[in-house]
Design a binder for this molecule. Structure first.
Ligand SMILES: [Zn+2]
Length: 257
């Protein structure tokens, strides 16, 4: 099975029944988690009891993207299963942030920590983190494996690197926090900008996510459709997107809830 499961879709803090940023990528039995924001761990454990994932990738040291890494650390440390160390790819500030939550266990005891930005081989994937502008160091993520390219922005201001990050991606997961360009300096994208960058990158499919709590998400999807002509999906907790390499002779997969 090759798929992306949305664990959480909210920016900043979770709405009731929702969670913040988190995605489970499954590729022929290998399970990689992208971000672990507020509320994602309980959803992850529905798919991976005991925290049995194979790799974790975190984009940046904001709690809506990494706070539940502490929970995964606890599950793997205190749980009944005996688990091997797994790769944890992240900017150094992420490990520092999570290790400040409690004195032990330390992340490096359970994870082989590798630094982003940079490129690393993880299971079937080549994982590349590209520096993108945000309030804190943020690594946009590009995952490639035979037959699949998946890209994910984390949180970012508009930047030309977003075209490189998502070039020819089968699925481009893009934060679309804003619906209008604010007066003040910002470090996040509007939905229209997300669509425009996905178009420039020639991405095949766009998944909008990281919606500001309380906003009408249909507005964001409509705005992205002004700049991106391909298929656009809105992230919803539990949404499973088959990844194209596994879609079989019919080509592209279709989203299902
Ligand atoms: Zn965020």
């Amino acid at each position: 099975m090759r798929s992306l499961t949305v664990l959480g879709s909210c920016a900043a803090w979770p709405e009731p029944e929702r969670a913040c940023s988190g995605y489970l990528v499954e590729y022929d039995g290998f399970r990689l988690v992208l971000d672990l924001g507020f509320g994602t761990l309980t959803r992850l454990l529905e798919h991976c009891p005991g925290g049995t994932v194979d790799a974790v990738v975190i984009t940046h040291a904001h709690s809506d993207h990494c706070v539940d890494l502490n929970g995964l650390l606890r599950v793997r440390h205190y749980g009944d299963l005996t688990l091997e160390r797994i790769p944890l790819l992240c900017p150094p500030s992420v490990a520092e942030y999570v290790d400040r939550m409690e004195p032990e266990p330390r992340l490096h005891e359970l994870f082989d920590i590798a630094e982003l930005p940079g490129t690393h081989r993880v299971g079937p994937f080549e994982v590349t983190g590209l520096a993108l502008p945000h309030h804190v160091p943020n690594a946009g993520i590009r995952l490639t494996a035979p037959g699949l390219t998946l890209a994910y922005t984390g949180d970012t201001a508009p930047d030309p690197a977003l075209i490189e990050l998502g070039a020819d991606a089968d699925l481009y997961v893009m934060e679309a926090t804003l619906q209008e360009i604010p007066q003040a300096e910002r470090n996040l994208l509007t939905a229209r900008e997300a669509g425009a960058f996905a178009h420039a990158a020639r991405a095949r499919k766009l998944l909008l996510t990281h919606f500001w709590p309380g906003r009408d998400r249909a507005v964001s999807l409509a705005q992205a459709a002004e700049t991106f002509a391909g298929e656009i999906l809105g992230a919803e907790e539990g949404l499973v997107i088959p990844l194209s390499a596994a879609a079989g002779p019919s080509g592209r997969g279709t989203a299902r809830r």
